[in-house]
Design a binder for this molecule. Structure first.
Ligand code: TRP
Ligand code: ZN
Length: 885
């Protein structure tokens, strides 16, 4: 907790460090009621920072200083200044050595930052600024050092002692204790430091690199989870090969380790050679993890592995550059997932997520640029904007430069900056230099917040055979109040004739057609492109593959969208046409509901989905995606004022209409797929994900009929599936059904069966928390009393509270404000336990501007109550104060 008002930090104030640390030697003595940390820092004056000997302010928080030496001389309190955030020394030589000893308390660290205990195991989380809770240090990413780490602990409780790099030596110590020393030869910032001590088992494998070096691979878990590591190990080996083949990047140490821990604030952390993972991002096997969980494990293992180059070998100069590593690495893991699975489906899922959640962030009080200008608490900036929009920005570079040009740029970037801490500008410069390109205007994507709008209008001249597209871009105001200049917007497009064939594309100043699908660069506020030789009025297919993170506006009629759904050669745009049609249909229903009219479904959507459902040519995963109506959260995001009840009623009505009208087709698909599932052992691969995905969405629709044969099918799937994908879907259907006896029975048997598996219990909490049936808040409050629930575990908080506030919109936004009050109460408690989690759970309340005035008042009142609740962490303080500003 802070003692003063938290301060804003600005990018423009960046200064290189006065001192550097060349070598860091650490010794940890782990005990049950405290830990001793001895640090020896071999330091020197930064030659880039002029003459003289300025004071050396080492970062340190919640440390009990036991002793400090400068060049082997004990210092007394007259020789240094000590505050609750710094230890300031006064060196007087070019080179010197600082020795400190501190006492810390990992056993009572509930913030899960720094050194802490997860169950019986010790582990660390240092990104972004957690290392300062371990020892006094220059805790900033542009100070890079080699590390030697010795861990000493009781042999019996902590047989496994790990840190970064390669193992050097180990041996027994007095009193049943033992020690191990690790050496990391690669210079790294402190945020990549890691230590683990525990009673762990490991799954082992090896990988032979492109230069024939053998790397040992180990995944460490608690003994009961040793049977759930194979999928992560397979994913790791695929990632290592893929990064060699796609980016020419080879792994550099002799060993690569992953450790799974149950208590973790985020998904995983890329510590050099010793990745620490939330167990939810490692453990997966058919019986306990869904297909979605398997795909998440594959993506996160890849993401953290890819950081070894994009993040570790080349790191960030300061935290404003966070997207340098995160945006690039998300882009890399999304390419990897697209290569391993269905490319189009991966793109659909990423775009749906971005449009729903990142667009909402970009339109809210915490909106910030991909490279923010300022922050109070850096932990609040691990955002959808930095990660997901940052990845879209890198993807646009890939689109504009082409795969080959992009690879030349990334090769130059890694070669030029290996071992350095650099900026987003350095990344762009490498892309420019490798391609002879000028990306000056493109860089606005890094500095300007907000989601651009791109309005498109058309004009066809039958006589001249010309077709003009006029693009008008604008970007809404964001809290920074900065002026928005035009972006570079790559628009991939095609023009379709009446048969759905793509026309050759020749611009007015070109001598011949170039292609039938191409990328235009829109760079001005308003810009017209004229296509020549167009003999009939075409239908444009715009922003294919979602080639830029913008809100596209083109006045398609419903019939044109139906046509695109059937004929567009771009799979992504076929799906997107279906989504746009669904939005039109749902918005009409929302209007009818608000006017108190009888709801009438537009049958064009029903018929379009019938033809999707009966098309044997279509990839089943595409069919499943096309059958999924836009979520309530997305409908909220695109509303001026979101009417929670109307959105829910309209969407449920549309689902019921689809279920009734397409019953036979859905049942045929369901039965065929369930029969294959029954006859096939679980395989975590694309075509199997596709089959189960369509099977599950079909069953969800069918269940709306409440027919006995569907209830029987659901119970059959629940009782007899060999995998969590089918079982959990059946459970969710029962939870949302009116069949109270079957529901209670299913929930009880599931909980009994899986009571010892916390990750499965998380799913059990989530399906109940997300159920829109009346009484949602009371159900969640009761579930908080369940023995498997605890506020100290972030996965539990996300599973129950996060699912309720983020997915159960009708219940969370109950008109009496009870959902808001509940969330605020929890944030006040979590603020003391775990500020990072508290601040993340707060997000739904920050969106108050989206709702009617009564709800706005209720939400603001809760934000104010949090603000006045006592001493706030900088995390919660920043979000609350910006939301109320
Ligand atoms: N760098 C991690 C990633 O790969 C993010 C992360 C993990 C993190 N744990 C954290 C960020 C704790 C802040 C706090 O995305
Ligand atoms: Zn990352």
């Amino acid at each position: 907790m802070r003692t003063e008002q938290p301060q804003m930090i600005h990018l423009k104030d960046y200064q290189a460090p006065d001192y550097l640390i060349d070598e860091t030697h650490l010794t940890f003595e782990l005990f049950e009621d405290h830990t001793l940390v001895h640090a020896q820092l071999v330091m020197r004056r930064n030659p880039a920072r002029g003459e003289g000997f300025p004071a050396l302010a080492l970062d340190g928080q919640q440390l009990e200083l036991l002793s400090v030496k400068l060049d082997d001389v004990d210092l007394t309190s007259a020789d240094y200044e000590l505050t609750d955030s710094h230890l300031t020394l006064h060196p007087s030589a070019e080179q010197f050595v600082v020795d400190t000893s501190v006492k810390i308390h990992p056993e009572s660290n509930t913030a899960l930052e720094g050194l802490y205990k997860s169950g019986s195991m010790f582990c660390t989380q240092c990104e972004a600024e957690g290392f300062r809770k371990i020892t006094y240090y220059l805790d900033r990413p542009d100070v890079m050092s080699t590390f030697t780490t010795t861990v000493v602990a009781e042999q019996h409780r902590y047989p496994i002692l790990l840190s970064n790099g390669n193992p050097l030596a180990s041996g027994p110590d007095d009193d049943g204790r033992h020690w191990a020393t690790w050496e990391d030869p690669f210079k790294k910032p402190a945020y990549l430091f890691a230590l683990v001590a525990g009673d762990l088992w490991c799954v082992e494998d090896t990988f032979t690199t492109m230069t024939e070096r053998t790397v040992a691979l180990r995944i460490y878990v608690e003994p009961e989870n040793i049977d759930k590591c194979q999928h992560a190990m397979n994913s790791l080996k695929k990632s290592m090969r893929w990064d060699e083949e796609t980016y020419g990047r080879e792994y550099d140490l002799d060993i690569f380790m992953i450790v799974a821990v149950n208590d973790f604030n985020m998904g995983a952390m890329e510590n050099k050679g010793l990745n620490i993972f939330n167990s939810s991002a490692v453990l997966a096997r058919a019986e306990t993890a869904t297909d979605a969980a398997h795909q998440r494990v594959e993506a996160i293992v890849a993401h953290e592995y890819f950081h070894n180059w994009s993040g570790n070998r080349v790191t960030c100069r300061d935290w404003f550059q966070l997207s340098l590593k995160e945006g690039f690495t998300v882009f890399r893991d999304s390419q990897f997932s697209a290569d391993m699975n269905s490319r189009v489906v991966k793109r659909i899922q990423d775009v749906a997520f971005l449009r729903t959640h990142q667009f909402a962030e970009d339109a809210g009080p915490m909106a910030h640029a991909v490279r923010p200008e300022s922050f109070i608490e850096i932990s609040n900036f691990y955002t959808l904007t930095v990660y997901e929009k940052g990845s879209e920005v890198v993807r646009m570079l890939h689109t504009l430069l082409g795969a080959e040009g992009f690879r030349k740029g990334s090769d130059l970037y890694f070669e030029r900056h290996d071992g350095q801490a650099v900026t987003c500008d350095d990344f762009i410069k490498a892309m420019e230099d490798a391609n002879g390109a000028d990306l000056t205007q493109f860089k606005r994507w890094y500095s300007q917040a907000g989601t651009p709008r791109l309005a498109v209008s058309e004009h066809y001249d039958a006589e001249q055979k010309t077709y003009c597209l006029t693009f008008t871009q604008s970007c809404p105001q964001t809290p920074d109040k900065l002026e928005k200049l035009p972006f570079v917007i790559p628009v991939e497009l095609g023009l379709l004739n009446a048969q759905g064939a793509e026309l050759p594309l020749q611009l007015a100043d070109e001598s011949a057609a170039v292609d039938t699908c191409r990328v235009l660069s829109v760079t001005e506020a308003e810009q017209t492109f004229t296509f020549v030789g167009i003999t009939e009025k075409p239908l444009p297919s715009l922003l294919r593959g979602f080639s830029a993170p913008v809100k596209l506006q083109f006045a398609y009629s419903s019939d044109q969208l139906v046509f695109l759904m059937q004929h567009d050669t771009d799979g992504f745009n076929r799906w997107d046409a279906g989504q746009q049609l669904s939005v039109q249909v749902l918005q009409a229903l929302i209007g009818q509901y608000q006017r108190g009219e009888t709801l009438v479904m537009d049958l064009r959507l029903v018929e379009a989905l019938r033809s999707v459902l009966t098309n044997p040519e279509l990839d089943q995963a595409m069919v499943a995606e096309m059958l999924s109506l836009p979520s309530e959260a997305y409908l909220t995001e695109i509303s001026e004022v979101a009417d929670v009840d109307a959105i829910h009623a309209a969407r449920e009505f549309a689902r019921q209409q689809l279920a009734d009208s397409l019953y036979d087709e859905l049942l045929a698909r369901y039965k065929a797929n369930r029969d294959v599932s029954k006859a096939t052992p679980y395989v975590a691969e694309d075509e199997h994900f596709a089959r189960r995905g369509l099977q599950n969405i079909a069953l969800s629709y069918l269940s709306l009929s409440a027919k006995p044969e569907v209830v029987a099918a659901t119970l059959e799937q629940f009782d007899h599936s060999d995998n969590m994908t089918e079982r959990l879907n059946a459970l969710a259907i029962l939870v949302n059904s009116p069949f109270e006896a079957e529901k209670a029975q299913a929930l009880a048997s599931f909980a009994e069966h899986f009571k010892d598996n916390p990750l499965v219990m998380d799913q059990w909490f989530s399906v109940q928390a997300a159920s829109p049936l009346p009484g949602g808040l009371q159900r969640v409050q009761q579930l908080m009393e369940h023995p498997a629930f605890t506020l100290k575990n972030p996965n539990k908080v996300r599973a129950l509270i996060g699912a309720f506030a983020g997915q159960n919109l009708v219940n969370f936004h109950a008109a009496d404000g009870s959902g808001y009050r509940f969330l605020a109460d929890l944030v006040i408690v979590l603020n003391r336990l775990n500020p990072q989690i508290a601040s993340r759970q707060l997000a739904p309340l920050t969106r108050w501007r989206k709702y009617d005035s009564a709800r706005q008042a209720l939400m603001k009142a809760e934000l104010e109550r949090i603000r006045n609740s006592g001493e706030l962490s900088s995390d919660v303080f920043e979000v609350v104060s910006k939301s109320l500003a």
